[in-house]
Design a protein around this ligand. Structure first.
Ligand SMILES: [Ca+2]
Length: 236
């Protein structure tokens, strides 16, 4: 293939790089800048998050309830100035009732309070998974100034176990991420001391910090396998 090179130096740099990749150095190639300019993320992006639940007798053969399922997705888009839950922290009433009963309220009112305070932008609510394994998706808009995502779901039946992300930033290296896969390890909200999937309610007093589950019926061999993934994919 014969390429006509422009006389001016205004050759698009991406094309130049492609040409260089195909045919070696070109006398017209400018010296590349030491640092690529940081792209400016679009003010608003749209994402689809797919919750792919893998929890089953195949993934967790030690013990599996008859009806493994997950409660409705609930969460927020927000700033780094607020956290709705975190490892080692106490469960809010919203996180407690999500993790113990699969309720979306009052976690949604906690998000709404953060919206009023200017720290969050949207409440995210999605479907649950009636029977794991299965998958469910939720689409949402997210703004540059509220680029963190928090999203949770109760692993059910269980005393106070849940999955999710807290403050996942969808802007990385100065731009919206195209795709992000998060492996979901189950968490204990630290509010109910039941040890089996269908234990009677047993309030943890005082409450424990939110922690990853490392024992109990989800244990397979020496570790707890993941129960699913969240895949965040940018739509536009
Ligand atoms: Ca617990």
């Amino acid at each position: 293939m014969e390429l006509k090179m422009p006389r001016s130096g205004a050759f698009p740099s991406l094309l130049l790089l492609a040409l260089m990749g195909c045919g070696g150095s070109s006398p017209l190639a400018p010296t590349p800048p030491a640092l690529a300019p940081t792209p400016n993320p679009a003010a608003v992006a749209r994402y689809r998050v797919t919750f792919d639940a893998s929890w089953s007798a195949l993934s967790h053969p030690t013990d599996i309830p008859r009806n493994p399922h997950f409660s409705r997705l609930i969460g927020a888009t927000h700033k780094p100035t607020v956290r709705f839950w975190e490892a080692g922290g106490p469960a809010s009433e919203g996180i407690r009732l999500m993790a113990e009963q699969g309720r979306t309220t009052p976690l949604d009112t906690e998000v709404e309070a953060a919206i009023t305070a200017g720290q969050a932008q949207r409440v995210l609510v999605g479907d649950g998974i009636d029977r794991s394994p299965d998958r469910v998706s939720l689409e949402f808009e997210i703004s540059r100034d509220f680029s963190l995502d928090t999203l949770v779901s109760m692993l059910a039946p269980s005393p106070d176990w849940f999955v999710g992300v807290s403050g996942l930033n969808l802007i990385e290296n100065g731009d919206w991420v195209a795709e992000k896969v998060v492996v979901l390890q189950p968490w204990d909200a630290g509010t109910d001391s039941g040890e089996t999937f269908s234990s009677a309610d047993l309030r943890t007093t005082p409450p424990e910090p939110i922690h990853l589950i490392g024992t109990g019926p989800l244990l397979v061999g020496a570790s707890v396998p993941p129960v699913g993934t969240f895949t965040f994919r940018r739509l536009n």
